[in-house]
Design a protein around this ligand. Structure first.
Ligand code: SME
Length: 163
């Protein structure tokens, strides 16, 4: 059970640590990938303020296809050559973008987005998708958010069968 009022007195870092704990509870009690990613996106959205979008794109036949998310309807498909998500999957590296308008090829699914953080989901050398976070606030994401979202994805990688 997610206790929303538990968040009220927490520091930012405590909230992110709480998200890891909630995710652990989720994936230890459920094996279905859709259920887990749906709740994972909800966990991120509720612990991290000033987000307008949080969700997953999953690798399907060489491109990224929209997965479970929280936010406004978004682009269905992203080629690996395009966008911040494509860059994360292609370069196999977290993309921390303080201002998306300065990122060549950024895809504006939601005009409210000004900053973006994308973490690739990689298991045994295979890219299975990305976790994508968007914020209306320029510079919203820093090293702390990148560090915790990488831990978050690492738990998803370790705790689920991605095949
Ligand atoms: N901005 C992303 C596209 C996905 S939406 O933000 C949900 C990108 O440039 O890849």
């Amino acid at each position: 059970m997610f206790k929303l009022n538990a968040l009220e007195k927490m520091t930012t870092e405590q909230k992110y640590a709480y998200a890891l704990m909630m995710l652990e509870g989720q994936i230890s009690s459920e094996k279905d990938i859709i259920a887990n990613l749906a709740n994972a996106s909800a966990i991120v959205k509720v612990v991290m303020d000033r987000l307008n979008w949080a969700g997953f794109y999953l690798m399907r036949d060489g491109e990224l296809v929209l997965g479970p998310f929280q936010g406004l309807p978004a682009c269905n498909r992203i080629k690996l050559s395009a966008g911040v998500c494509g860059a994360a999957a292609r370069e196999r590296k977290t993309q921390l973008v303080p201002n998306v308008h300065e990122f060549p090829g950024h895809i504006a699914c939601d005009v409210a987005s000004n900053a973006e953080l994308v973490v690739p989901i990689i298991k045994d050398g295979v890219v299975y998708g990305v976790l994508d976070l968007d914020s209306p606030e320029i510079g919203r994401f820093g090293e702390l958010e990148a560090k915790y979202m990488e831990k978050f994805v690492a738990k998803l990688v370790a705790g689920m069968d991605w095949q």
